[in-house]
Design a protein around this ligand. Structure first.
Ligand code: SF4
Ligand code: SF4
Length: 462
């Protein structure tokens, strides 16, 4: 317990805030940070999946096994961390307003906000629990309401704003929203199903300075993806959209939600992403909450979940893509456990921002705004903490009891509360909420048992 790298025997109170403060001092964000920003937990659910505003794209059975398995990398190849130097000249959550806000309140400003600007979608995927479809949704924020919210947000931060849906390209005023975010000092990016991307749309993305889009691809072929999505032809349209975006110089990140249906396809989708020449590949672990709670049986069993994350750790080493798991907070425990086995420490030099970020950022530096203005810690955390039509975003961010409890790691209960990794992991609070009704309870999908944990039930700690 002597270093601050978060290694297994490192001090349990790893100072995340201090570590994050080490982000580039030149006020820029590099490619990895942009990639991280495009895939904070909970955005998959609202931004990325094809035709899916809520986030739970899956149905289906259970192929056993995890591609590759631990150790599936050539020994001796240096760990390749990605995203090096390409700067897009932006530091989320940096700047004088954020610093002043933190000084004033003791609370970090939001770095990334996922904003469901519409629930309308051009697709109607069979698996879509929210039944997102083409058409008007009551109560959607108007352009004036969006502008007022952006005006308020930038008083405390200059975040990356992930414009999601539904399908955000369905919103006719999307380019006005993009321009307004830029004008006010935020960085808009887009999570899209990519099926609507034409040369004209891709050129608009480039003209309106969208540095990167994220697109969901859950299977490596049309057969799997289309049946998964319930939309014949969807895979081909998505791949075409990705290629067009790239041809116009827009960065692309592919996101894959891993379930029992496709856990054996992760390596193949990674290879597809590589062959398409995209910038990043992120795997999302299904969080079947809220509208997707009936998909619980599609979630990987905890042991298999662990195996996928271990595989990801090893595959990252040689992947040319920026490649990271998301919605899998204990990945940040696994990194440290495996690094320790390899005799390494998790340093920024060796592990990039994986050494500095935290598993669950909901309410800490990230949150979600719904199409009607409700604020949640993330898209999966099924609890509304306020609405921007009634109260400014900045007040909700500052005053919400739930946000403030999520920021205080000492309040974690059960084994997460006893865990030496809680500062770098924290467990998925949305899963805890869904399974136990208590967002501070133990993460139900973690197999780790902290040495100091007595097996005490969360309820007994009350
Ligand atoms: S609660 Fe945290 S780990 Fe879980 S999906 Fe939300 S942000 Fe991610
Ligand atoms: S016990 Fe909780 S904090 Fe520890 S690694 Fe597991 S999920 Fe993370």
């Amino acid at each position: 317990m002597t270093d601050n790298t978060g290694n297994a025997d490192a001090r349990p109170d790893l100072d995340l805030e201090q570590d994050l403060a080490e982000a580039p001092a030149d006020g820029t964000i590099n490619e990895q940070e942009m990639a991280d920003a495009l895939a904070p937990c909970g955005t998959e659910g609202v931004a990325i999946p094809v035709g899916h505003p809520a986030g739970i794209p899956m149905t289906g059975g259970h192929p056993a096994g995890v591609p590759g398995g631990p150790g599936g990398h050539p020994a001796g190849v240096d760990r390749q961390r990605h995203g090096g130097a390409r700067s897009v000249g932006f530091r989320p959550g940096g700047g004088p307003e954020a610093l002043a806000y933190q000084e004033r309140t003791g609370i970090k400003a939001p770095r990334i906000i996922a904003w469901e600007i519409t629930r309308s979608c051009n697709l109607s995927c069979a698996h879509c629990r929210a039944a997102a479809e083409f058409g008007h949704y009551d109560g959607e924020l108007s352009m004036d309401e969006i502008k007022a919210t952006v005006d308020d947000i930038v008083t405390i931060s200059n975040p990356i704003i992930i414009l999601t849906g539904g399908e955000p390209l369905m919103r006719p005023d999307i380019w006005d929203i993009v321009d307004y975010c830029h004008e006010k000092g935020a960085m808009p990016v887009i999570g899209t199903n990519a099926t609507l991307i034409t040369d004209d749309i891709a050129q608009k993305m480039a003209d309106h300075k969208i540095p990167r889009i994220s697109v969901s691809v859950d299977f490596p072929d049309a057969e799997g993806h289309d049946s998964f999505r319930g939309e014949p032809g969807c895979f081909d349209q998505t791949i075409r959209g990705i290629k067009i975006a790239k041809a116009h110089g827009v960065g692309v990140q592919i996101n894959m939600t891993v379930t029992t249906m496709n856990a054996d396809k992760v390596s193949d989708v990674h290879d597809l992403a590589e062959s398409l020449g995209v910038d990043a590949f992120h795997i999302f672990m299904l969080v079947p909450t809220g509208r997707g709670s009936d998909l619980l049986e599609k979630e990987l069993p905890p042991e298999e979940y662990e195996r996928v994350l271990e595989w990801a750790y090893h595959r990252q080493k040689t992947s040319p893509l920026h490649f990271k798991p998301t919605d899998a907070p204990h990945y940040y425990r696994i990194i440290r456990q495996l690094a320790k086995k390899e005799g390494k420490k998790v340093t920024r030099e060796e592990y990039g921002l994986d050494a500095m970020t935290r598993g669950c950022l909901g309410g800490i530096t990230f949150c979600f705004i719904s199409h009607t203005g409700d604020i949640q810690p993330c898209g999966y955390f099924d609890m509304q903490l306020g609405n921007v039509k009634e109260k400014p975003f900045s007040e909700i961010w500052t005053e919400s009891k739930v946000f403030n409890e999520l920021r205080d790691y000492s309040l974690l209960k059960g084994k997460c509360g006893a865990c030496e990794y809680k500062a770098v992991c924290g467990g998925c609070r949305a899963r805890a909420l869904e399974v136990t009704g208590d967002y501070l309870a133990s993460e139900p999908y973690c197999i780790y048992e902290p040495p100091g944990w007595t097996g005490e039930c969360d309820s007994e700690k009350e």
